[in-house]
Ligand binder design. Sequence first.
Ligand SMILES: Nc1ncnc2c1ncn2[C@@H]1O[C@H](COP(=O)(O)OP(=O)(O)OP(=O)(O)O)[C@@H](O)[C@H]1O
Ligand SMILES: [Mg+2]
Length: 251
Amino acid sequence: MNLHFGGVTVLEGVSFDVEPGQVFGLVGPNGAGKTSLFNCISGHYKPSAGSILIEGVEVRGSRPATLARHGLARTFQHPALQLRDTVLENVLLGAHTRLPGGPLEWSMRSPRTTRSEKALRTEALELLERNGLGWAANVRADELSHGLHKGIEFCRALLMRPKLLLLDEPAAGLPHNEVEQLIQTVKRVRDEDDVTVVIVEHHMGLIAALTDRVVVLDHGKSLMEGTAAQAQSDPRVIEAYIGKDAAGDAA
Ligand SMILES: Nc1ncnc2c1ncn2[C@@H]1O[C@H](COP(=O)(O)OP(=O)(O)OP(=O)(O)O)[C@@H](O)[C@H]1O
Ligand SMILES: [Mg+2]
């Protein structure tokens, strides 16, 4: 896949496959193109060339709402919440894709819409409870910390019942014990809810604990693909992270 903005190349020839049921890691230094790659997959950016297949269906250039119907959900590196709304309202934001019918029926508030909305609310509250945020359901989002905003987005993404979940730096800014909890949560989602996960993270402990495979990006190109352990000991990866001179000194 390629992505250009004007004359600037952001991604070039990046290609990988994620098997169903895997947790797949996307790592690389700041500015490598990880978030841009997520933006291409989720329909927020349109790649200049290439192909994005979800269960064999070409989705390149599809809009985010269409992709949600293909079972894709994501979180953002910088959580995009309605700060004046409550936590519960924020979690419910993405879930209209699960309501039966279409916008006309929803706006007319048919009995079927009301029933489905009620069921989604119950499910959203359960999700918040399961992720340690039940107490915050009726608190306004702007009263909570950045770490909790990440948890809210995670619940919002899960309420969409995704088959494929993209997580952009979910551990950033979390204290150590919460990173451990996040690892357990992602494992549970993979095992119990059959969700395939692609995760961008700088926290190598989390990447090592969670991922089956990783791709390492640097300056928009794929440096290598392999296990987290292979990535951590690969000289090209070490060089990308700490610079050529330092890598030479370290050898
Ligand atoms: N909309 C855009 N217009 C122009 N350039 C962009 C745009 N989005 C991303 N870029 C550029 O693409 C490059 C990769 O950015 P990206 O945010 O994808 O990196 P990243 O790997 O997620 O970094 P980080 O680890 O810091 O989050 C950067 O040089 C950035 O300036
Ligand atoms: Mg990023």
